[in-house]
Design a protein around this ligand. Structure first.
Ligand SMILES: NC(=O)c1ccc[n+]([C@@H]2O[C@H](COP(=O)([O-])OP(=O)(O)OC[C@H]3O[C@@H](n4cnc5c(N)ncnc54)[C@H](O)[C@@H]3O)[C@@H](O)[C@H]2O)c1
Ligand SMILES: [Zn+2]
Length: 364
């Protein structure tokens, strides 16, 4: 087992990464304030892992309240959040009852937000079961739900007490979901670590083949990078925004096509390519580096050509982004591989060019 510390003063915690962690109740028990937990999951993940987790916890003397939520991004809503509260209240869960999120990012985000506000805050633990959740959503304390007018618009910063990333759970993940997680992994290399990007270029096939060591290393390095950035800037006043490379474009793609048409990671891949092309147009990133990013996303079986939504529609959708400040759009761009920056100061024509020809494989 590997452990990555997240240094946030009194809110610090560990991310444990490795094989078989779901069957190691002592890791969870050490964090509990009472021998009672509520495990929030969905029918798909529940069928695969809830019994195993509940059995070991119960053997360790912990009583388990299962909370079953409908699966899918379309259920990351206020109504679903309320189902969690209904169940916790019916079962008289207390302020010392720990909530455990067992599932992907949707379950993690809803459970974290429920934990932030139930009885004004109860402890919570993340047991992420998708690659995306292990490398990204379970770490850093952003929690929340969607609003009909925008994704992740209602939420809270609320840190877990522990993250248990059991790499065995990735074996049951559909291929498309695995690839979507790899988009975020590649993102870390692009924004912060050129040598990790090279490692990914050398190991992408092993990752797609779910080699446990390769996966554990990719999860660890991703978590280290995210943990470092989050401890520098927990509430996204500056450097944390870099984690959103490709996301302003990506969210526009997700919303423009209708949520769920493209997976988040797929939109992030194509969105990161748009950010790379934009950086190239501004004379920052070399054409060869744009090609490296495109190749790696392609090898990871991710889309690299953004859909043609029309520049006007893109701009409209991007205007809803949370990174908009005083009406000004801010973008994450690449100075080079391994170095990203955030700016509101970019030539409008470069953005328009990129959005007008979103699938142009070379800079115009
Ligand atoms: N909080 C953050 O910082 C943050 C960061 C990135 C993304 N997110 C959020 O995360 C969500 C996306 O997360 P996701 O990609 O994990 O999607 P998801 O939670 O919808 O999971 C994808 C699918 O895989 C299934 N699944 C989960 N684990 C499985 C397993 N081990 N085997 C088989 N199937 C499994 C799920 O039930 C679901 O059907 C989005 O809502 C996004 O906004 C949050
Ligand atoms: Zn993301």
């Amino acid at each position: 087992m590997l452990s990555v510390p997240v240094a946030l003063g009194e809110r610090s915690y560990s991310i444990h990464i490795g094989s078989g962690l779901v069957s190691r109740p002592e890791l969870i028990v050490a964090q509990l304030q009472q021998p009672r937990v509520a495990v929030v999951t969905n029918p798909l993940v529940g069928k695969l892992y809830l019994d195993a987790l509940s059995t070991v916890l119960e053997k360790a003397g912990v009583s388990v309240v299962p909370v079953m939520l409908p699966d899918g991004e379309s259920h990351k809503t206020w109504a679903t959040l309320n189902l969690v509260f209904d169940r916790l209240l019916e079962q008289r869960c207390e302020r010392k009852t720990t909530l455990i999120a067992l599932g992907g990012g949707v379950i993690g985000d809803i459970t974290g937000f429920a934990a932030a506000v139930y009885l004004r805050g109860v402890p919570f633990i993340q047991v992420p079961t998708t690659l995306l959740a292990q490398v990204d959503s379970s770490v850093g304390g952003k929690t929340g739900i969607n609003h009909p007018l925008g994704k992740n618009m209602i939420g809270a910063f609320y840190q877990p007490r522990l993250v248990l990333a059991d790499t065995d759970t990735l074996r049951s993940l559909p291929e498309r979901e695995l690839a979507a997680g790899l988009a975020e992994v590649i993102k870390y290399g692009l924004i912060r670590d050129a040598s990790f990007l090279t490692w990914l270029e050398d190991n992408i096939e092993q990752l797609l083949a779910r080699d446990p060591d390769a996966l554990a290393y990719a999860v660890r390095r991703s978590c280290e990078i995210k943990a470092q950035i989050v401890s520098e800037d927990e509430r996204e006043t500056d450097v944390r925004a870099l984690l959103n490379l490709g996301h302003t474009f990506g969210h526009a793609i997700e919303a423009g096509l209708g949520f769920g048409t493209w997976l988040h990671g797929e939109a992030v891949a194509a969105g990161s390519v748009l950010a790379a092309r934009m950086s190239q147009r501004m004379g920052l990133l070399q054409a060869g580096d744009v090609a490296r990013a495109v190749d790696l996303f392609k090898r990871a079986r991710l889309p690299t050509d953004a859909p043609e939504l029309g520049a006007t529609r893109y701009l409209e959708l991007m205007g809803l982004d949370k990174k908009v400040e005083q009406g000004r759009l801010r973008l994450i761009l690449l100075e080079r591989i391994g170095k990203a920056f955030v700016t509101a100061d970019f030539p409008q024509h470069a953005l328009l060019d990129v959005l007008t020809n979103p699938s142009a494989s070379v800079a115009l």
